[in-house]
Write a protein that binds this ligand. Structure first.
Ligand SMILES: Cc1cc2nc3c(=O)[nH]c(=O)nc-3n(C[C@H](O)[C@H](O)[C@H](O)COP(=O)(O)OP(=O)(O)OC[C@H]3O[C@@H](n4cnc5c(N)ncnc54)[C@H](O)[C@@H]3O)c2cc1C
Length: 347
């Protein structure tokens, strides 16, 4: 097998100079949607279909977009409305969430800011620095990040209210050892929830741009398993859907735990690690026991011809620590050797 030389991203990462540079915000966009009206319409329909008279009385108020959630929930008693209550409570939480909750920020530099896919930079805005994974490919002419709002968070509160195009920030970096392995013929599985997909986006784009998805004449499959509560919490979903259409060997597998409460979402709804198991080869599924065997028996929701073979796989996992820990335990238990598992937690 021919393996291209000088492609170790670990070595390249070590060689890069650490820079502290001022940069200009070149764009600020939200990646999520304002779904307030959609939620009101949905609750309206649910009450209309299932409510008794006193619950229906809420319907008119809902139509006026003036929903009294406390009163509504007090009417949905546990005994008669167990299920509906759960759904309404979930929709209420989403209704009360601040919008936007997910920003895409792009930064431009006067000089170059070199990094390798997977690394992060520390962004200082209004005197508060925090690390953010770089979501763009090094071949892009700007640095891009995807930032989730953390309620009460020091930097994200300022960013979500103040940051705008033309603002100056300071970027320090690059940092981080969560980078691509040398190209091999192994397939690649990228696993993430929410903004954990940012460094994976950089890795995936770079892999295709540099032709690293074909090694020694063999095409590798790239899988992206991405989880979130709501569909619009999947950062870059449109970009990944396009890539899935364009590239036969890229498989985007989004999974959303709550979207079906709001829409007729018929995609995956389980945790990322459970979703992964559904797409394993038949041989790998036959080896599973316990709860995972039950999950593996379920049919995948998406029509993909390829399957994931853990014995021929390298894995990149990113997101909040607890979730990454679970993902890494799962892929190890499936038999992916440690040296082929790279991961990073956000704290
Ligand atoms: C290597 C690395 C890469 C990162 N990349 C990204 C990224 O690409 N996108 C991104 O949005 N964040 C990323 N983070 C997290 C980011 O650095 C900040 O911690 C986050 O934006 C919160 O900052 P804050 O100042 O608003 O909150 P703070 O005032 O610092 O923290 C408030 C509290 O919120 C907790 N918290 C931090 N992050 C989250 C979260 N995501 N969800 C819930 N609670 C949280 C903190 O632990 C703390 O207890 C990354 C962190 C690390 C270490």
């Amino acid at each position: 097998m021919e393996v291209p030389s000088q492609h170790s991203q670990h070595e390249r990462a070590q060689e890069l100079p650490l820079l502290t540079d001022s940069a200009t915000v070149s764009s600020v966009d939200h990646l999520d949607e304002n779904r307030t009206e959609e939620i009101v319409d949905r609750v309206f329909d649910l009450l209309d279909q299932h409510g008794r008279d006193e619950v229906r009385a809420q319907v008119e108020r809902l139509a006026a977009n003036d929903i009294d959630w406390d009163e509504l929930e007090s009417l949905l008693d546990e005994e008669d409305y167990g299920n509906l209550r759960t759904v309404v409570d979930t929709l209420r939480k989403r209704f009360e969430r601040s919008f936007p909750g997910l920003l895409q920020l792009r930064f431009e530099f006067d000089d170059e800011f070199d990094f390798v896919p997977g690394q992060y930079a520390t962004v200082r805005f209004e005197d508060t620095p925090r690390p953010y994974s770089i979501a763009s490919s090094p071949n892009d002419d700007a640095i891009e990040t995807a930032v989730r709002r953390v309620p009460g968070g020091r930097l994200t509160s300022k960013m979500f209210s103040d940051i705008s195009e033309g603002d100056e920030v300071v970027l320090r970096g690059p940092n981080g050892e969560f980078v691509l392995q040398e190209p091999s013929t192994r397939d690649m599985a990228f696993l993430a929830t929410g903004t954990g997909v940012a460094p994976l986006k950089s890795m995936i784009e770079f892999t295709f741009e540099e032709g690293r998805d074909e090694v020694g004449g063999e095409r590798r499959d790239l899988w992206l398993f991405l989880g979130a509560s709501w569909e619009d919490d999947l950062p870059y979903r449109e970009r990944f859907r396009e890539l899935d259409d364009e590239r036969e060997n890229f498989h985007f597998v989004p999974t959303c735990s709550r979207e079906e409460y709001l829409t007729d979402w018929d995609g995956e709804t389980s945790y990322v690690q459970q979703t992964l198991v559904k797409y394993l080869t038949e041989a790998a599924r036959a080896d599973l026991d316990g709860k995972m065997a039950g999950v593996a028996d379920q049919d995948p929701k998406y029509d993909v011809d390829a399957r994931v073979d853990p014995s021929d796989l390298e894995v990149y996992a990113c997101g909040i620590n607890v979730m990454v820990g679970t993902l890494v335990d799962t892929v190890r238990s499936l038999g992916v050797p440690d040296e082929y598992v790279e991961f990073e937690g956000f704290g």
